[in-house]
Design a protein around this ligand. Structure first.
Ligand code: KG4
Ligand code: ZN
Length: 336
């Protein structure tokens, strides 16, 4: 089946053509990055307006790159939740209109599940696995028993991990987006320069949860307290120390989940899955199979949407023209 995927949940306007949930025939991502950079964050009103201007061309380019017309497309998949309401609505409305005018079936896709599907476009991975979905809006450690059957083990009790990277980078003017700016600086910094307090939510129901407000505040307001005076106080050292503290917290909870469940396969997704230190830390665990998406599929893209959409359409899922965008989603199942 040839599926056209459409993604517009945040600031990337994307369309892709994917064959049978596996072969990415084309993937176009038009990023609005530069248009939001001067505000150090995504401005929802600008994002939705640009999606409106760009989406027709982005979809046409993805079909053109794939060498197919709508007649050769078997179904459409579009991110319908969660995300920025105005941005989501552009993709959803466009997909509905295209599906209606061509008579093709379509489904609305959950963006979080789509991120976790991204690595599966290129790898065969058997369920169950431990999913690690880390982005600007989400931090999730889960057990995945199917492409749309996940049980949340742990999450953040405050900021998402990418959000913490973004806020620290914004405060110090490291660049935008903050996660990749900190990643780049950290490569030539020394994480020993600053020892951030480790947040321990160890007990009971928080066994796999993380919290980023503590290290974020420490990095922004309490550096004097935590800086090791033997090290030069510069951006590179701060970036390295913050990155290590943020990623180590995540990895400690992930390893706990792996140990408790006995599941040794990890599938990572989301923008923060591009992080160099996170990748290196997990690659250093020889007893685990850790699958990261290629860098081009870590951030928002439509290939992951078409990929998961294939499985939904293949089993008969269909949405109607009443499909609406939902900025939030009802919570996933939590483990008992
Ligand atoms: O998945 P994504 O593109 O959009 C959301 O759904 O949020 O993720 C964007 C997030 C941002 O917070 C960005 O700073 C972070 O991913 N990010 C990174 C890196 N590249 C992007 N964080 C850490 N290291 C990176 N290399
Ligand atoms: Zn995303």
């Amino acid at each position: 089946m040839t599926i056209l995927g459409i993604e517009s949940s945040c600031d990337e306007c994307a369309a892709a053509v994917v064959l049978d949930g596996r072969r990415v025939v084309s993937s176009v991502v038009a990023t609005q990055l530069e248009r939001h950079a001067e505000f150090d964050g995504v401005v929802p009103e600008i994002a939705s307006r640009l999606h409106t201007e760009w989406i027709e061309d982005v979809v046409a380019r993805s079909l053109g790159d794939a060498g197919v017309s709508m007649a050769g497309v078997d179904g459409l998949a579009v991110t319908s939740r969660p995300g920025l309401a105005g941005s989501l609505l552009v993709g959803v409305s466009f997909a509905k209109a295209l599906a209606w005018s061509t008579g093709k079936p379509f489904v609305g896709v959950n963006h979080v599940l789509a991120h976790l599907y991204a690595p599966l476009l290129s790898e065969d991975v058997a369920y169950p696995f431990i999913g690690l979905m880390v982005s600007g809006g989400h931090t999730l450690i889960c057990r995945a028993d199917g492409f749309d059957d996940i049980t949340v083990l742990g999450t953040t009790i405050d900021d998402a991990i990418g959000e913490a990277f973004d806020k620290v980078a914004k405060h110090y003017g490291f660049g935008y987006p903050g996660g990749s700016a900190i990643d780049a600086l950290a490569r030539s910094g020394d994480p020993r320069a600053c020892r951030f307090p480790s947040t321990n939510l160890y007990k009971g129901e928080h066994r796999y949860d993380v919290s980023y407000s503590g290290i974020k505040t420490a990095a922004i307001r309490q550096l004097d307290q935590f800086w090791n005076p033997a090290y030069e106080r510069n951006d590179r050292n701060l970036a390295a120390a913050f990155e290590k503290a943020a990623v180590d917290m995540l990895v400690s909870r992930l390893l706990r989940a792996i140990e408790d469940t006995g599941i040794k396969t990890v599938v990572a997704g989301g923008g923060v899955a591009a992080n160099t230190y996170l990748r290196a830390r997990l690659a250093a665990k020889p007893d685990l199979r850790v699958i990261f998406p290629p860098l081009s599929l870590c951030g928002d893209n439509a290939a992951m949407v078409a990929g998961i959409g294939y499985h939904m359409l293949a089993r008969g899922d269909r949405d109607g023209l009443e499909l609406n965008a939902s900025p939030r989603v009802a919570g996933f199942k939590r483990s008992a």
